[in-house]
Design a protein around this ligand. Structure first.
Ligand code: NFS
Length: 655
């Protein structure tokens, strides 16, 4: 029964506890809350108060709302609004990061500094900011100011548009979808989609693409860069994942949400000897910091702090009874947490000026006094430790390797002096690696937790497709042990050879959801490296969000399509009611950008379409299949080597 809900054994065991104790969770609520069939397929218009109008009937194309809006207009408007909301979420995150960098550089936020000068110089390079003869603080002031100007500018182009492949930039200009300013495009979407403004579905959807580019090549990319400058660019780290990382005898503090600003401070404060002494004085052996969702990914990538799991693990963590405080900021935080926490001793602490939850304790974060606030939060968790009742921590965790920034990938492929993507391009050209799949995004209780991520990742690596991941998708795979070198056992021979030679797992964790922009950078670097076409849409690559549920996922999917990628989403289509819009975002966008967006509920079909696409792109690039003999007469596959090794061993033993 619980296996239909989740493939995560820790979640399964907590669901048994929840069911025995009559505890409501997203997994149980999803059964009693049937989705509204009208809203679910984009057939409900609520942009004015003459309605809401429902586009239901035998022939949707005959239907219209009170104002006359057709189903296609309504579906396109709803989709564009979701993209705007998703872009706003990532971009506001980026804005906060830039504001903190500015405060740090001016000496107004003493807890923060420029940690990664190399990255600062690289970003200054993208922005045309002079670095020679200047202090890191001077450069950082200019970098943060330039970043912030991207949000409010009214005309011109976002700075990072120039980071895309040349051909892509020209295409965007031709299509008129280069964003002028982050805030401008998001506001314009809200205006265009309000009652009686833009009514042409194709025109609305073009602006949805322009808006999504403010996310991918704007707010989210800035967020990644500002984070790396402040906290360091990730390098591979080993860690652990799943509810088994919670500890019986330590103060369990879980950071949940998205922005790394506070969690970085908590990570630093948690190792302060004075704070640890304080925990000991309450009978705990120490402080155990873990995370959920993308905050977890941020501190995992940079410090190897263990993750207690992805989106659907948040309630499960509380049901263990072992969480002394869950500290949340923004995004993907379930409103149900406070009611659930009332059954236990757990304190839910909201920290963002933008987000309060009824029933939660609020300790407002302020970057100017970050360290003292972080310590106050830790002390609150410590003080709560003695209030713990019965705990039920499932003994489930897996090891993982995370921390693959594009900078590190370039380094691992070419070394310090010759960092490049050449080796990856060559492996794709030779056919050792057939292509790449980005498998990203959420959990959604309407489908079995982690099952889509798991099925697709295994299928791709088995078929010599390198998998890169972010967000809850990465954690889903980590919980199944796929983010380790041992997962090479499931990889096809070509992929395995490359991963063994370079020393990486076949599934690379690139970070949080804003770090999908690292994938954009990798795709661009692969194009610029040469030999695989001139633009992102030439590459044998796909992007997949099998268990998506968030507006942010739609924004990410749309900016990848605008950037030339084939993107497949699992589950139901939010524009299903309109065959016209369904065609506009797939075939229509493909004609314009070379990328397309499809909603396919069957995972096998997602895989089949992805492989067809990868093969089609390989053919267009005139790439053949892998022919080992062509490159090395002495070549043997890893499997063959293992077989020979085993045979030799057997022979030895029989002697
Ligand atoms: Ni992404 Fe990260 Fe997870 Fe989905 Fe939510 S945490 S920003 S939206 S649920 S992947």
């Amino acid at each position: 029964m619980t296996s239909r809900k989740s493939i995560d054994p820790a979640v399964q065991s907590m669901l048994e506890v929840a069911s025995a104790e009559g505890i409501s969770t997203a997994f149980s609520r999803v059964d009693s809350m049937k989705p509204c069939p009208i809203g679910r397929q984009g057939a409900c218009c609520s942009v004015c108060y003459m309605g809401p109008c429902r586009m239901v009937g035998k022939n949707p194309d005959e239907l219209r709302g009170i104002c006359g809006a057709r189903p296609a207009t309504i579906a396109a408007r709803n989709f564009a609004r979701a993209v705007a909301a998703g872009s706003a979420a990532h971009s506001d995150h980026g804005r906060d990061m830039a504001l903190t960098l500015l405060a740090a550089a001016k000496g107004e936020a003493p807890s923060y500094q420029v940690k990664d000068v190399k990255k600062l110089h690289a970003v200054a390079g993208y922005m045309g900011i002079k670095v020679e003869g200047r202090s890191k603080e001077e450069i950082a002031v200019d970098v943060a100011t330039k970043a912030l100007s991207n949000f409010g500018q009214q005309n011109g182009e976002l700075t990072y548009i120039a980071r895309a492949p040349k051909k892509r930039q020209e295409l965007w200009r031709k299509l008129g979808i280069v964003p002028r300013g982050v805030d401008r495009e998001i506001v314009e979407t809200l205006n265009r989609t309000s009652v009686g403004v833009d009514q042409d579905p194709e025109h609305i959807l073009m602006h949805a693409m322009r808006t999504s580019l403010t996310d991918g090549w704007g707010g989210a990319m800035l967020s990644t860069d500002m984070g790396d400058i402040l906290f360091g660019t990730p390098n591979p780290v080993r860690s652990k994942v799943n509810l088994g990382v919670l500890k019986e005898d330590e103060v369990n503090l879980v950071v949940h949400g998205h922005e790394p600003l506070l969690s970085e401070m908590i990570a630093a404060a948690a190792s302060d000897p004075e704070v640890i002494e304080c925990a000991k004085s309450k009978g705990a052996k120490g402080i155990n910091l873990t995370g959920i969702c993308c905050t977890a990914n941020e501190v995992l990538m940079r410090h190897g702090i263990p993750s207690a799991g992805n989106f659907l693990n948040q309630e499960m963590a509380i049901i263990t009874g072992a969480v002394d405080a869950m500290v949340v900021d923004v995004q993907c935080i379930m409103g149900a947490l406070t009611e659930l926490a009332n059954r236990y001793h757990t304190k839910i602490i909201t920290t963002s000026a933008k987000a309060k939850i009824p029933g939660a304790m609020h300790i407002q974060f302020d970057e100017h006094q970050a360290m003292s606030i972080a310590k106050l939060i830790i002390r609150t968790a410590i003080d709560n430790y003695p209030n713990r009742g019965k705990t039920q921590i499932p003994d489930e965790y897996k090891n993982l390797v995370a921390g693959f920034s594009h900078e590190y990938i370039s380094y691992m492929l070419g070394g310090v002096y010759r960092g490049s993507f050449r080796a990856l391009n060559d492996a794709i050209i030779e056919g050792r690696i057939k292509g790449a799949a980005g498998i990203v995004g959420c959990n959604n209780p309407r489908s079995t937790q982690d099952a889509g991520h798991d099925y697709l990742t295994r299928k791709f690596i088995e078929n010599d497709v390198l998998v890169v991941q972010t967000g809850c998708g990465a954690i889903a795979n980590a919980k199944q042990g796929l983010l380790t070198p041992e997962a090479l056992e499931y990889a096809g021979p070509g992929l395995r050879e490359i991963c063994e030679a370079v020393g990486i797992p076949p599934v690379l964790h690139l970070g949080s959801c804003v770090d999908n922009t690292r994938i954009l950078t990798i795709l661009t670097n692969v194009v610029n490296e040469g030999g695989l076409g001139e633009d992102i849409d030439d590459l044998p690559a796909v992007g997949i969000a099998p268990e998506w549920m968030s507006e942010k996922a739609l924004a990410i999917g749309t900016y990848f399509v605008a950037s030339g990628a084939y993107v497949l989403f699992g589950g139901d289509s939010p524009v299903d009611n309109s065959p016209e819009v369904t065609e506009l975002i797939s075939k229509g966008w493909e004609e314009k950008t070379g990328g397309k967006l499809e909603f396919v509920s069957d995972y096998e079909e997602i895989f089949r379409r992805s492989m067809d696409h990868i093969e089609k792109k390989r053919k267009a690039l005139k790439l053949g299949s892998w022919a080992p003999g062509k490159y090395s007469r002495t070549f043997v596959t890893a499997q063959e080597r293992a077989r020979r090794g085993a045979a030799a061993l057997e022979a030895e033993q029989s002697e």
